[in-house]
Ligand binder design. Structure first.
Ligand code: S3P
Length: 423
């Protein structure tokens, strides 16, 4: 796909539903008693993988134009699938399912695409085994995984990485455990599982990074409105900030404080972002308005990293258009995402003439010289593809984005929206 240097981006858009919340809505809806109507659901390939897995375990899930309807089977109502479960490209589906499957009375084998087969699962296997789960994986760390039935008991577990997928897997297994489950986080990661649990009547408490869950008798179904995904809005926040003359409004974006690191960083770099129409249900939501601004470099590391982990590729793009040096550190988790996102961004930004250096746990970008168009590879990674498309809008001269269709994982209509804005 060719992307040309863009004129100003202007207008009002709504980006698709939050991926993390959409996955959890289907999972908890399936395990609840009663029917869950989900509005704002993300119809991206990852979330469709979650739907597919639960359908294979006997959950009836209807999809209409404006909602997903999950007919919950109750905590103990899933049935054994005929075949292995296929989780596609989705780390969230794979890891969260591990926690749920550990508590079932039937064995299940699960795997996904070549990228999922390279992503570490040992981090989930270890605590689940401590809870009593019986899990076999390739080299004890990779898919395919086979999870056998067993009795679980609650544990206290300190996470070695600030990962919401890992935390959620343990808490989901905790639904089926004898006694209380406690997870201790090294830094706050997204808390959508805990919030949704509370809404469905599960006793979960969080104090100073310590989360405790008491196993419930049942979950009680509740309709769920999924806010727009700040991780998808991020591409337009950066595009609006770096394409001269732009002014964009992004409606109904989820601004859960565990996800808003991108707002803090872009503001710190000099971006003008305002919030309007704030409201707070189970998840806080508002409209975001971004205006083109002159950006400058910054340092990003420590506790903020889990709050913007998925936005770092597009933040690297913002840094390429900012004056001065940007240092990204403590971000080694980026190496085990859908692709090695540090290597991918460093390699591709270099093609555009950006002065960028890979480090052990991040990268250093020295901005100031206007990047030029290039042919960008996308590593079968949706966020790399969208980040580089945003970069291309502000480059001098045209660019090519290879395999652009990979955006369908989280944002099937990304390029249409960009065009609608004048990109
Ligand atoms: C997610 C957690 C994060 C994030 C991923 C979605 C979730 O992964 O990168 O896109 O929904 O829990 P980690 O938990 O591995 O950091």
């Amino acid at each position: 796909m060719q992307v040309n240097t863009s004129g100003p981006l202007r207008g009002e858009i709504t980006v698709p539903g939050d991926k993390s919340i959409s996955h959890r809505a289907v999972m908890l809806g399936a395990l609840a008693k009663g029917t869950t109507h989900i509005t704002g659901f993300l119809m991206g390939e990852d979330c469709l993988s979650t739907i597919d897995c639960f359908r294979k375990m006997g959950v009836e899930i209807g999809i209409t134009e404006d909602e997903v309807i999950v007919h919950g089977v109750g905590l103990h109502g899933l049935s054994a699938p005929q075949d292995a479960l296929y989780t596609g490209n989705s780390g969230t589906t794979t890891r969260l399912l591990c926690g749920i499957l550990a508590g079932q009375s039937f064995p299940v084998t699960m795997s996904g695409d070549p990228s999922i087969q390279k992503r570490p699962m040992g981090r989930v296997i270890k605590p689940l085994r401590e809870m009593g789960a019986r899990i076999d994986g390739r080299d004890d760390n990779f898919c395919p995984l086979t999870i056998h039935p067993s009795e679980l008991c609650g544990i206290e577990y300190t996470l070695p990485v600030a990962s919401a997928q890992l935390k959620s897997a343990i808490l989901l297994a905790g639904l089926y455990a004898e006694g209380q489950t406690t997870v201790i986080e090294p830094a706050p990661s997204r808390d959508h599982t805990e919030r949704m649990f509370r809404a469905l009547g599960v006793e979960v408490e969080t104090h100073d990074g310590v989360i405790t869950l008491d196993p419930p008798e049942e979950l009680h179904a509740l309709d769920i409105a999924v806010p727009a995904d700040i991780s998808s809005a991020a591409f337009f926040l950066v595009a609006g900030a770096i394409v001269p003359g732009s002014e964009l409004t992004i409606k109904n974006v989820g601004v859960n404080p565990t996800r808003t690191g991108i707002l803090d960083v872009l503001r710190d770099m000099g971006a003008e972002i305002t919030e309007k129409n704030f409201r707070d249900d189970a998840e806080p939501v508002c409209d975001l308005i971004v205006k083109y601004s002159a950006l400058h470099g910054t340092t990003i590391g420590g506790e903020i990293i889990p709050r913007l982990i998925d936005e770092l590729p597009v933040i690297a793009v913002a840094a390429a258009f900012a004056q001065g040096e940007t240092i990204i550190r403590d971000a080694q988790e980026l190496k085990v995402k859908e692709s090695n996102r540090i290597a991918a961004m460093v390699t591709e930004l270099k093609k555009a003439g950006v002065d960028v250096e890979e480090t052990e746990d991040g990268m250093i970008i020295r901005g100031g010289k206007k990047p030029h168009g290039a042919t960008f590879e996308t590593y079968k990674d949706h966020r790399i593809a969208m980040s580089l498309a945003v970069c291309a809008l502000a480059c001098e001269g045209a660019s090519r984005i290879l395999d652009p269709e990979v955006v369908a994982i989280s944002y099937p209509t990304f390029f249409e929206t960009l065009q609608k804005l004048g990109g």
